[in-house]
Design a protein around this ligand. Structure first.
Ligand code: 6PG
Length: 457
């Protein structure tokens, strides 16, 4: 038997698509999926039989045989759900692996978990690499954006596979990069997702403004479609498609409940923001908007208790587009500043230009804005202080203020837009109010030290 160059463990949709991508790039691969009686049976062999490009792939539902089918050092990409499953699978795998073998976790794992796993496996003389993979199911098949990290010498052994399957940027360079040591690849993917949460919420904010004017789904789709030319993004394009999607003459969007869930990366990003001290306030705004959405009954109760606005807002589509773009610049400014802050704190040396470059294709947050950031960004200068974004913020500020004012007048819930302007006002206030906070803190310290007295009162 000719051994396989690389193995894929876990054949859910993402695992299957990534396997096909590897095979389409000419690699000899081995496929493994567990056997669960009556639930997951012959998954690898059935999958192989359906796709001609997998003709030469080796298929297994026996872990030991799968491991033995791989060239040494073995390279195994884990395509399993983030969390405890990764530990379980790694534990099982470790029994069959030998010194120098490489496990690559391609899931949305928490970067600190990746740091822990690296130490754990290094103690067993095994290598563990965390890679952030963005692009969803289509990206996995046709070319995702890949944020790799860990021991650089180990990365060099898997680089050719990752670069081959990655999306290509406008210069035909792979959207795959070695981000830095430890779990920095998973960290950057987590912030990618945080930026993604905000980009989604900003589109939801625009939808809120337009919906309150009584615009139909088609009319909103027409407006967003016109924006694609100058402020195009993958998320804007899918929003147009979503708005137009019908099922038996009913707009699908209108029958979806207004409750948005999450798989956790936005929550982790928010906790990291609080830990590292970078005021990236828009990611929490988008996360908490999802949390508010989840309280449907409480919202219904409050809606019946408090008076509602009936006057439609008078924002026009150009003003809305400017406010959307203003907010997106702040979002990207905050996201990249956050990466820089954590990179500096951990001495990871992350190159922000490279991150922007690999986010120009393949990933969920690819956009025209990202392309311009990739060509113009300076690692040491925040986006907000750099042209062309500085000028764009200046010119769109009037429209941004108007949209937010109208939002207040019309009692709209547009949390990420509100947070964008709130942050902007905060960051451009050279003499703020924190002196009062400091004075209050100083005043409180002696009183708090007299704890018994306060209790007596
Ligand atoms: C991607 C996406 C993908 C997914 C996230 C967020 O880059 O391919 O970020 O990873 O969209 O897991 O999911 P939730 O919105 O469910 O948290």
């Amino acid at each position: 038997m000719i051994r396989a160059e690389i193995g894929v463990l876990g054949l859910g949709v993402m695992g299957k698509n990534l396997s096909r991508n590897l095979a389409n790039n000419g690699f000899r691969i081995a496929l493994y999926n567990r056997h669960v009686e009556g639930v997951e049976e012959n998954v690898a062999s059935d999958f192989k039989s359906k796709h001609p490009e997998l003709k030469k792939a080796l298929d297994f539902d026996n872990l030991s045989a799968f491991v033995q089918s791989l060239e040494i050092p073995r390279k195994i990409i884990l395509m399993v759900n983030a969390g405890k499953v990764v530990d379980l699978v790694v534990e099982q795998l470790a029994d069959y692996l030998e010194e120098g073998d490489i496990i690559i976790d391609a899931g949305n794992s928490h970067f600190q978990e990746t740091n822990r796993r690296i130490k754990w496996l290094n103690a067993k003389r095994l290598n563990f690499i965390g890679i952030g993979v963005s692009g969803g199911e289509q990206g996995a098949l046709l070319g995702p954006s890949i944020m790799s990290s860990g021991d650089q010498a180990v990365y060099l052994k898997i680089q050719k596979y990752l670069e081959a399957i990655a999306a290509k940027d406008s210069n035909n360079k792979p959207c795959c990069v070695y981000v830095g040591p430890q779990g920095s690849g998973h960290f950057v993917k987590m912030i990618h997702n945080g930026i993604e949460y905000v980009e989604m919420q900003l589109l939801a904010d625009c939808y809120t403004v337009l919906k309150q004017q009584g615009k139909s789904n088609e009319a909103m789709a027409d407006i967003f479609e016109k924006w694609i030319e100058d402020v195009g993004s993958y998320l804007l394009s899918i929003t147009v498609e979503i708005l137009r999607k019908k099922d038996n003459n009913t707009y699908v969007l209108d029958i979806i409940l207004d409750k948005a869930t999450n798989k956790g990366t936005g929550k982790w990003a928010t906790a990291t923001i609080a830990d590292c001290g970078e005021p990236a306030t828009m990611i929490p705004s988008a996360l908490f908007a999802r949390y508010i959405s989840f309280f449907k009954e409480k919202r219904q109760q409050a809606a019946s208790l408090f008076s509602q606005n009936s006057k439609p807002n008078t924002v026009n589509s150009n003003e809305l587009k400017s406010a959307y773009q203003f907010s997106r610049i702040i979002n990207h400014h905050q996201g990249f500043s956050l990466i820089k802050r954590v990179s500096d704190q951990n001495e990871w040396g992350i190159d922000l230009n490279e991150i922007a470059r690999i986010w120009t294709e393949g990933c969920i947050i690819k956009s025209e804005l990202m392309k311009s950031i990739a060509t113009t960004m300076n690692n040491d200068k925040p986006i907000l202080f750099t042209n062309p974004w500085y000028s764009e913020i200046e010119t769109s500020y009037t429209a941004m203020r108007y949209v937010v004012l109208q939002g207040i007048e019309s009692q709209l819930h547009i949390p990420s837009m509100m947070e964008a302007i709130n942050y902007f006002h905060g960051i451009k206030t050279s003499n703020g109010s924190a002196n009062l906070i400091q004075a209050q803190r100083d005043y409180l310290v002696p009183i708090l030290m007299r704890g018994e007295m306060i209790c007596q009162v």
